[in-house]
Design a protein around this ligand. Sequence first.
Ligand SMILES: [Zn+2]
Ligand SMILES: [Zn+2]
Length: 399
Amino acid sequence: MDTNIAKLKRAIAREIEDDLPQLQELSLKIHDNPELGLHEFKACEWLTEYLASRNFVIEREICEMPTAFRATYGRGKPCIGLLAEYDALPGVGHACGHNLICTIAIGAAMAAKAAVDRLGGSVVVIGTPAEENYGGKIVMARKGAFSDLDAAILVHPGSADTAVEPAIACQQMNIEFFGKAAHASANPASGINALDAMLLSFNNINALRQQIQSTARIHGIITDGGQAANIIPEHSAGEFYVRAADEAYLDELLQKVLNCFIGASLATGTRLEYKPDVLRYAGLNANMILAQLYVNNMKIIGRDVKFLESMVPLHAGSTDMGNVSQVTAAIHPLLAVAPKGISLHTAEFAAAAASEKGMKGLSDAAKAVAMTVADLLSDAETMQKVRAEFEQGKLQEKK
Ligand SMILES: [Zn+2]
Ligand SMILES: [Zn+2]
């Protein structure tokens, strides 16, 4: 490695070490104050406060979202985006560890200032609200929030260190059935049972499930199943997620699932209402060159990161980072902060996100991300390769 870049990376690591007490304190404060998506006012305030105090230029409420922000240091290209999530989950708080995601991003950005000062270009933190319940980045991507980025990086906590982790496409379906109320004992024949339509839908979907690709998922809940046991339910409602490894199969599957609801509606004489949800989580198109840089930098710190667990998304979730990866070169590595077998979205994982291992992960990932920014700013050829891989991927998708 070039001695200058090696020196710069050592300086970056020292910057993170120096700021670590503040970063950890902020991460724990956000963990202690979990806020649901689109209501992350405290986290947004604390993160922008930190960045403003380190001379970043802050733009608030971008994309007409009150808890979205953009913080810029430097100017011009290359422009590297470090994406922050800071929303929590109902009931279990920071059980997805987003308190770590956002502090990794701001810590890395702060340390990457040294690279910007020496090499030019810019580093931008983009605060992206509501990953869990809304898909903030889907809206932000549509509004062009990531269009000027040459690369985007977000490190997500997990139970393994992996640079490339598949995430699959996902679309929500909100379903309602309308029937007719009647006394369930005195006059059931005059009723039309909307709950039965919902139950039949579940049975239809369960029958469909055997014939779907092994990487696809269909799961749902009933959000309205009637008012009282002695009234034939006149209304039922449910929320379903349909997921698939690629968008074409997702479209096919959505139609099949819709047929399950249509069949149930015919069988029961209810009226089906389905408004196609406009937000769709795209699959993640990870940039392999960017991922390799991250792995190399983690190695410098002394952390062994597996490049790839498997390209077959057998245990994949979905993330709105997928939509970012459709508009710029992106990676979404997983960072081990919990023991193997501990699942995201559980109380155990929430504890891990505030643990010593979590805090060590914050320090390591912030260093590796800032060093990756230094690689991209210092080496035009590598930056060009990252872009070429992204453009190539877009071309292949069009074919
Ligand atoms: Zn989550
Ligand atoms: Zn998450």
